[in-house]
Design a protein around this ligand. Structure first.
Ligand SMILES: [Zn+2]
Length: 193
């Protein structure tokens, strides 16, 4: 097979990879695994997370089992964009954890970064505790190159868990919490418990 231009192989294509699922399914672990592999490939990686999420560490992206890499906190989508543009040319991979908690036009910002050759990896909740799509996450999945939907283990029966259930009272959708506030459950146990 012949291509019209040899430059074909030299182009830098951007991409958007989405890692979604309920809490405790290993989203951040998968995000950090991909970030780590990029570093091994000698690419410059930046990890961002919402400033709302200070559950484990203000400066590091941390999984529930305490694996961590240094990260920057962002207020909103525009803040993230500015930070990437602030060191333009030096960033190859942008990894974003807990993307559902970042306010602003994340879909637009991710699309723009891809258009400009950045590999964008996002991790986040696909559904809230009411089992409804979390904000604009669905739009992000729609424009992604790759969607990875992970499952957790149901706390009550051990089946695959697709949903996040809130264990404590409160109606606010954005209530950042850990194992004491939320658990992963299968459909059967979501409806039963
Ligand atoms: Zn179950």
């Amino acid at each position: 097979m012949h291509f019209k231009s040899n430059a074909y192989h030299k182009r830098n294509f951007g991409s958007i990879e989405c890692i979604v699922g309920p809490m405790f399914c290993g989203k951040t672990t998968e995000l950090l695994r991909r970030a780590r592999l990029s570093k091994i490939a000698q690419l410059n990686v930046r990890i961002y997370k919402p400033s709302i999420d200070t559950r484990y560490s203000a400066e590091n992206a941390v999984t529930h089992d305490n694996v961590q890499m240094s990260s920057q906190m962002v207020e909103n989508a525009e803040d993230l964009q500015k930070r990437v543009e602030g060191e333009w040319g030096q960033v190859h991979v942008v990894a974003i954890d807990e993307v559902q908690f970042i306010p602003g036009k994340m879909v637009e910002v991710c699309a723009q970064l891809r258009d400009r050759g950045i590999r964008v990896i996002v991790a986040g909740l696909d559904m809230d505790f009411r089992r409804e799509p979390f904000g604009e996450i669905g739009d992000l999945l729609a424009i992604a190159d790759e969607v990875v939907k992970l499952k957790a283990v149901c706390k009550y029966c051990g089946e695959n868990a697709l949903f996040t259930k809130r264990l404590t009272e409160g109606k606010d959708v954005v209530q950042v919490g850990g194992a004491q506030d939320y658990t992963a459950v299968c459909e059967h146990c979501y409806l039963k418990t």
